[in-house]
Ligand binder design. Structure first.
Ligand code: UDP
Length: 194
């Protein structure tokens, strides 16, 4: 996979479609993937904060979530074909998961937003199996959510805790999971909930 190093962060040069194909392939083969959708704020935060940088270093794919990242690559004389945003990946993955009858877990946002997101997904993507959910306001030291996810083995875990929390949470627990695509998607549940 072609990558562009921007301030130490290895950003994927894959298109949206290539990224989706890679993630679907991972699910089909029971692999594990940690995906970060990096906007300029995330890259700067990693540059200035060593702990956060360490968490990002655990990611398998870091996409360019913002035209600023695509342009940053260009300034370095490198090419990233297009922005690959968390929200767009979320919607494309829901579509694919619906076609294949995959399972998902939703983590993040306020309880009311989360419940509306669940209803929306149930209506729009009826073949998806929602195997669990939890709002984004919980004690990080409590391992029960990670344990629940590890036990249920969802194909996709959508983590909508906002930056930098979602990358830190996935980074903290990723070793405990055997399979699944784990992706931080910011405020995407709020968008779906309307
Ligand atoms: N959020 C959460 N737990 C928190 C803080 C935020 O689940 O401890 C959720 C929030 O409800 C929203 C999403 O994360 O659904 C994005 O929040 P925010 O807009 O504050 O983050 P940013 O856009 O700055 O990444």
């Amino acid at each position: 996979m072609d990558k562009v190093n921007i301030l130490g962060v290895e950003v994927s040069a894959m298109t949206h479609d290539q990224t989706i194909n890679t993630l679907i392939d991972a699910v089909d083969n029971d692999k594990k993937k940690f995906v970060v959708t990096a906007n300029p704020e995330i890259i700067l935060h990693a540059y200035e904060n060593r702990d956060y940088f360490q968490e990002l270093s655990k990611a398998d794919i870091i996409t360019a979530d913002g035209i600023g990242v695509v342009k940053g690559a260009k300034l370095l004389g490198r090419s990233i074909p297009e922005r690959v945003t968390g929200f767009d990946l979320f919607i494309s993955l829901l579509r694919k998961a619906d076609q294949k009858g995959n399972s998902i877990y939703l983590l993040g946002a306020k309880e009311a937003v989360l419940n509306k997101t669940v209803t929306y997904i149930e209506e729009q993507y009826p073949n998806i199996k929602i195997v669990g959910k939890h709002n984004g306001y919980f004690d990080w030291e409590d391992p029960s959510i990670a344990k629940e996810i590890a036990g249920k083995k969802p194909d996709f875990v959508f983590v909508a805790l906002g930056f930098p929390r979602q990358e830190k949470w996935i980074g903290k627990y990723i070793e405990q999971f055997n399979k699944g695509v784990f992706i931080g998607i910011g405020g995407s549940f709020d968008v779906l909930a309307g």
